[in-house]
Design a protein around this ligand. Structure first.
Ligand SMILES: [Zn+2]
Length: 260
């Protein structure tokens, strides 16, 4: 958590890097418990619950997540975009809240690996109800450059919700769109002898891998110039249903940066 409240009964918050230990105590905006300020040369200043930790908020957040959040926040501010870190909204607390084009409320959520599809769907629905357009970001890593990748359920959910793309943060406001393409394999032809007649038979065909996808990387996009808010209606598929949603996404076709 990069921001904490300055008193238990207030929503007035302070960003960890602007806080001093002498300003303590600080309070978790979610549960109201006192949190401690963590600062150091090597890490991004943040707040953490005191043990034993019973509140989920801020748990599982890595240094890479914090880097992503603070970098986007700083770049948006430098570009003159009104924005807030970890803003408290009714029923949601986006990592970054900002006004696209100075007027359209948008949220960025940096995905943590442990979030369930159910929570992801509920939070997407909540943003829709609040009239806020959301971009769920995943951190980019080298596994997405490999030929085969085993996506987690939330990645497949986002892939469907965002029309066959997931958006991965690289640095600054640079976002890498990635598609997860199905992989089909030609099954081996097998020969055997049927009992009785001794004849050779053949079998074989196309098989789609269930667990693995091939990541297709597209040309990088810029968070402010390439993304747009878009309102989408509910969608019901064979194995998946998507709620009505307001998303912040890239609508145009993009060239791939390596051959399919
Ligand atoms: Zn808490």
């Amino acid at each position: 958590m990069l921001a904490a409240n300055i008193a238990p009964e207030t929503s007035e918050s302070i960003i960890a890097r602007a806080a001093h230990k002498s300003d303590a105590p600080f309070f978790c905006p979610e549960c109201g418990a006192e949190v401690i300020l963590r600062q150091g040369n090597r890490r991004i200043p943040h707040f953490a619950h005191k043990p034993p930790v019973t509140c989920e908020y801020g748990s599982g957040e890595t240094e890479a997540h914090r880097q992503c959040k603070i970098a986007i926040f700083d770049e948006l501010r430098a570009a003159g975009v009104p924005c807030e870190l970890e803003k408290s909204l009714p029923g949601a607390r986006p990592d970054i809240f900002f006004f696209w084009n100075q007027e359209v409320p948008c949220a960025i959520e940096v995905q943590r690996s442990d979030l369930s599809v159910e929570i992801l769907a509920l939070r997407t629905q909540r943003y829709h109800e609040l009239g806020v357009f959301v971009l769920w970001l995943r951190l980019f890593d080298n596994r997405l450059g490999e030929a085969m990748y085993a996506p987690r359920p939330w990645e497949m959910w986002l892939h469907a919700a965002y029309f066959g793309r997931i958006y991965c943060w690289k640095d600054s406001l640079r976002i890498q769109p990635v598609s997860l393409a199905s992989i089909t394999r030609q099954e081996d032809y097998r020969t055997w002898y049927a009992p009785g007649d001794g004849e050779a038979r053949l079998s074989g065909g196309q098989r789609t891998l269930k667990r693995y996808r091939k990541p297709i990387l597209y040309q990088e996009c810029h968070l402010l110039t390439d993304f747009r808010p878009r309102l989408l209606s509910a969608w019901e598929g064979k194995n998946l249903s998507l709620p009505p949603r307001r998303l912040f996404l890239v609508q145009t076709t993009l060239p791939t940066i390596h051959p399919v």
